[in-house]
Design a protein around this ligand. Sequence first.
Ligand code: 3HC
Length: 559
Amino acid sequence: MVESLTAVRVRHWRLTSQTMYRESLRKVATLRGTDTGQALPRRQGRDCNLAAMEIREVAVIGLGTMGAGIAEVFARAGIGVVAMDVDATALSRGIGTLDASLSRAVTRGRLTAAEQAQIRGRVRSATGFSEAAAVDLAVEVVPERMEIKREIFAELDRVCSPDAILATNTSSISVTAIAAASKHPGRVVGMHFFNPAPVMRLVEVVSTVLTTDGVVATVSDLARQIGKTPVHVFDRAGFIANALLLPYLNHALYLMASGYGSREDIDLAATAGIGLPMGPLALLDLIGLDTALSIMEVLHGEFGLPRYNPTPLLRRLSDAGLTGRKAGRGIYDYAEAGSDDHHKGNEHAPAAAPKHVTLIGAGDDVEAELASAMATAGINVTRNAAHPTDLVLIAAEAGRPVLPAALAAGRPEQSVGLKVIGKLAAGRLAEVVQTSLSSAEAIAAGTALATKLGLIPIHAPDRPGFLVGQLLYAHLADAVRMCQDGYSNPIEIDTAMKLGCGYPQGPFELIDAAGAETVLTGLEAMHEAYGYPEFAPPPLLAEHAAAAIPFSAGPRPGR
Ligand code: 3HC
């Protein structure tokens, strides 16, 4: 039988570690002595107190992009790193990633050359497990395959001191299953970093039913020491951040694949519309479509809801090896130097802005703002649909379709909706809402009008939520359900999404800013139109809307 690559790799690690075991133990002991002046007192046996443990040396196993970033984070914080990978080539590639990151920091004036040398001096390359013999913590960052992880934890069990903590950075394998396969399951936890690891400030510290008291506290203290914010979670698929982020990204890809919105418009809806640092499709490319697929499969396996079903295109792109940035191509193409093509923005055909516009609205502030902005831009505005004009503009509102107003105006072909996200001002996102009767000329005119008003136009169909609501409301509902399930709370969820994914506001802050009632109404309209369970408003949201209680007010008495 042909030996699998995994088996070969693991055997290679094991052999190397066996032959180097004694020699490296001696070297490590010497190194620790010279580094710190004294060896750490070691606790032995099953009753050791892991809470009081000081972490001075860490092994990072697997120096891919994440592993190299994690090694950099530890070394920058003054912690010795034993950097390990499966062979010399992989190891030197990983060290190259780390070196490039440090050099970039020097070029940008964030580090001096002397600091760079100091940091680099804390990182020691190793290709054998035996060199991890004296570490206080080992963090595994290898590909998401249970058989590889099992073997690695078996090796760590063998070489590491029994009171060393063993952590996994897994995002899609049960930490409990990894722990259960270890000889000392009580010391196995998740230490989940976010990409790019040197930048994102969250670490999810994941405990299991088997975790020994004190391990979480030690790992959380360490996370603080390296400049991160720990959020403690119990082992559950996706923890907090991935369980919320990935279904939203998957849904965004579905919207693109189904033609609901263009790639550029979907990403702009998230960045310019919601204020997120990256659009969902660009973020999928950063995370890796294969990684995203694994996480979706695990979420689907655990929760079983249609929301967690991977969009077929995610699987196809992943199968094709188009896994995103790391492959040079995913949803976007990164192959040509500098062709980071998502910076092109949307590509709506330019058209002349209309000079005469019929404005139809609900007689509210939204309509008044639009009328005043158009007048300021020198556009003639009438409210009379019988007047011949270049365009009928319907001031669109969430939960109110555009088509009935377009039909009532008697010129549906010449009509589009316009929904400005937030208060109308230059630089805001505007959804140009097209009904099934809107002509190409009307869509182009509506787009040109939005541009003339200084807005950033994207196109959305006349369906509940338009495009921003489609992306956002189900995502917010997921956050509320996570809280309703008792898995986490609004403060921790907001912290996780802000520090792990760069959100300027967490999901609950977004709900409070928009008003629970607005989000509820949006979800109700989407649920009524589609019937999908993911759009069903969670009762907890309805309660907050009915009682007008912001989530920032904290739990109610008796909860
Ligand atoms: N490695 C190291 N540093 C990086 C980096 C990288 N890959 N990318 C950016 N940086 C640094 C830059 O050097 C810069 O630092 P400086 O100010 O000291 O020079 C800083 O980050 C800002 O970078 P840029 O100005 O180039 O770019 P942006 O301002 O656009 O920020 C971003 C880039 C930090 C990636 C930002 O877009 C962001 O926060 N995006 C969201 C990322 C996210 O959601 N990550 C989580 C993904 S989920 C995950 O990882 C979990 C896993 O299990 C799937």
